[in-house]
Design a binder for this molecule. Structure first.
Ligand SMILES: [Zn+2]
Length: 517
């Protein structure tokens, strides 16, 4: 097993950061929360969603005027600021509140304030329901990506929308939203502790005091650490979807589990058609599966205490391990990472993404060996960008460093391998190419293009392409066949989105003229 080289392509000179000009603001204001997928769609659900958003904005504006007449200054601002502007070249997944219900106003709140609160909440609730209805229609029209974009928007409007919550696997339990896994834990008398993960309630105080349970006795934390010093006798820390073998400490394992679960949650929504069939998806939206369309496996991760331990333990099976900062190994079905100063968030997301695509359903051996390898890496580089911004998990965007490198290579270095040729490259061809870092940058740029171009026009085709590649049945022409566009035209569209940073940069007069031709 060769260690995958991780390339952070750092072009010489200043990166091409997107400038947020006037055009950007105008675009965003028109697209708001639904952003990427709703603009420019020919099909009915897309148009209906655009109209829904437009009507919603009118109602919000009327409510803001109502507040203005009553001199509710703060509420005017809050209403006008809703929905929050969104960059159409990013994907937003709301961080969901645990508690059911909105925070209550103070009991002595003035009548006008109470009325505004009621009206605002009703508008958001109605909008959320309408968005979900459109999501269901989108599923019937085989538009899974649009459907999930609408589901996410519906939750952004009303995090307590029950059918949507159920669809995502949540249920109400003791006044909070929990997954089935969490409900089972809570019912068995366990609680989730931020530091130590799931524990019997009666253990929490003693863990806080430095005691640890070992078999049927209590020992102190130092002795516990000695017992788990080597990775072979390390702790097995469990989160909802991961089992983490670690000798970095229980707390470190729990922290890693939280990060992996965040990636899992976003991945599962974006790539639903990768692991679920059309029929399973329809059943999910009908509420017939109670949020469990497909049983996904538990993912296994090994987490070393530091780089030295990681290098020492893996060197025998992977001689080049020292140049990596994390690795997913197909044959052992495990991802390996280490704690400490050299560890890296992007690598974690990258390698864990490889694991999700490899293990969430049966896949062909040697994925991408003969052709189409670029998308295996491209999609992992896209998921690297996962971060938290303004109450949301955010992916993509022209400000991400992979996109800056991709634009620089294309626009300043004039480096580009046409898709006709690039899709024919297998793993070895790319990994032995001296231009590997630059090829990776192009893969990152092309993946982003397929996700965001023309309001997500190719997003379902991208997921189908990934499926075909992982099934081992994609030939080099697959992407063109799935998008219904020639490679020459995809090349042109890619250049255009990169030149304008997804429409967030004003075009030059010459380019505007060229586009009109
Ligand atoms: Zn990779």
């Amino acid at each position: 097993m060769a260690v995958e080289l991780r390339f952070s392509d750092k072009p010489a000179g200043r990166p091409l950061a997107p400038r947020r000009g006037l055009l950007f603001k105008t675009l965003v204001a028109g697209l708001v929360l639904l952003g990427p997928v709703l603009n420019g769609l020919a099909e009915e659900p897309g148009r209906a969603a655009q109209e829904l958003v437009a009507a919603y904005k009118v109602k919000l504006s009327e409510l803001a005027e109502w507040c203005d007449r009553r001199e509710l200054t703060a509420q005017v601002e809050e209403t006008r600021a809703w929905p929050r502007p969104r960059d159409p070249n990013k994907t937003y997944v709301s961080v969901l509140p645990r508690r059911v219900g909105r925070p209550a106003l103070p009991t002595d709140a003035p009548a006008d304030l109470v009325e505004w609160d009621t009206r605002f909440a009703r508008l958001r609730r109605d909008q959320s329901n309408s968005l979900f209805e459109l999501a269901r229609q989108s599923i019937c029209r085989h538009r899974a990506s649009l459907a999930f974009e609408l589901v996410l928007a519906a939750l952004g409007e009303n995090p307590d929308n029950e059918p949507v919550r159920r669809l995502l696997g949540y249920q109400k339990f003791r006044g909070e939203w929990h997954t089935l896994y969490e409900v089972r834990k809570l019912r068995s008398g366990q609680v989730h502790d931020e530091r130590f993960g799931w524990l019997p309630k009666s253990y929490v105080r003693r863990y806080g005091q430095g005691q640890r349970r070992s078999g049927n006795r209590w020992i102190n934390a130092e002795e516990d650490a000695r017992l788990h010093h080597g990775i072979n006798s390390g702790w097995d820390v469990e989160s909802e979807h991961y089992t983490i073998r670690t000798n970095a400490g229980i707390e470190a394992g729990v922290e890693l589990g939280t990060k992996l679960e965040r990636l899992y949650r976003v991945w599962k929504q974006l790539f639903v058609r990768f692991y679920a069939s059309e029929a399973q998806l329809i059943a999910l939206f009908d509420g017939r599966t109670r949020g469990r369309p497909v049983k996904l496996p538990r993912y296994k991760v090994v987490y070393f205490r530091d780089r030295e331990d990681y290098n020492r333990s893996l060197r025998a099976s992977m001689p080049g391990i020292a140049i990596s900062i994390g690795v997913y190994v197909e044959s052992t079905r495990r991802a390996y990472f280490f704690a400490g100063k050299d560890s890296d968030r992007r690598t974690l997301n990258h390698e864990a993404t490889h694991q999700l695509f490899h293990e969430s359903r049966p896949v062909a051996p040697n994925v991408g060996a003969k052709a189409n390898f670029w998308i295996v890496e491209g999609i992992a580089m896209y998921m690297e960008s996962l971060r938290e911004e303004d109450g949301c998990y955010v992916l993509g965007g022209f400000d991400d460093l992979r996109m800056q490198a991709a634009r620089f290579r294309l626009l300043k270095d004039d480096f580009y391998v046409p898709l006709e040729e690039f899709t024919g490259y297998g793993m070895e061809k790319i990994q032995s190419d001296p231009r590997i870092a630059t090829l990776y940058s192009q893969a990152a740029g092309l993946t982003h293009f397929l996700i965001y171009f023309d309001a997500g026009r190719y997003r379902d085709a991208l997921v189908a392409y990934l499926s075909a590649v992982y099934n081992g049945c994609a030939d080099p022409a697959a992407l063109s066949a799935l998008t219904g566009v020639t490679y020459a035209n995809l090349d042109k569209q890619y250049r255009r989105i990169m030149e304008t940073a997804g429409g967030t940069q004003p075009k030059s007069r010459a380019k505007r003229k060229r586009d009109q031709v």
